[in-house]
Design a binder for this molecule. Structure first.
Ligand code: CO
Length: 136
């Protein structure tokens, strides 16, 4: 069911500083995107293109950011989720439900930070790892 690793998301308290780390320390320069505010998702994002996958930096945006609690528990930041590609998000959701896994939120796909349908699978079913499935 799973395709490529689309991205690994890292929650960060300071996205400018985190992006600079990838630009300068890791020498990724132009592979590091600009900051994009995503008020619908309560985050500001920066993507680093690694060729075979991406790193997604996430900084909380607004009052009800979905990553605010995570950063409270992990003040210096940390790996927040991994995103796997699937061909068909609706059949993936049906299978997850069949297997007894919990889809977060409404349980229905919504448009994610890349403009593609996504769902998040609750970490309690996956060894403490928040898993995003994205239709590509
Ligand atoms: Co993501």
């Amino acid at each position: 069911m799973l395709g490529r690793l689309n991205h690994v998301a890292i929650a960060v308290p300071d996205i400018k500083q985190a992006a600079d780390t990838y630009r300068a320390t890791f020498g990724m320069g132009a592979k590091v995107s600009g900051e994009v505010a995503q008020p619908d998702h309560g985050v500001t994002t920066v993507f680093i293109d690694l060729g075979n996958t991406k790193i997604e930096l996430l900084e909380p945006l607004g009052e009800n950011s979905p990553i605010a609690n995570f950063l409270k528990k992990n003040p210096s930041g940390g790996i927040h989720h991994v995103c796997y590609e699937v061909e068909d998000i609706h059949s993936a959701c049906a299978r997850m439900r069949e297997m007894g896994a919990t889809i977060t939120g409404t349980g229905e796909p919504r448009i994610g930070a890349h403009g593609k349908p996504v769902v998040f699978m609750h970490p309690k079913d996956f060894n403490g790892t928040l898993i995003e499935l994205e239709q590509v």
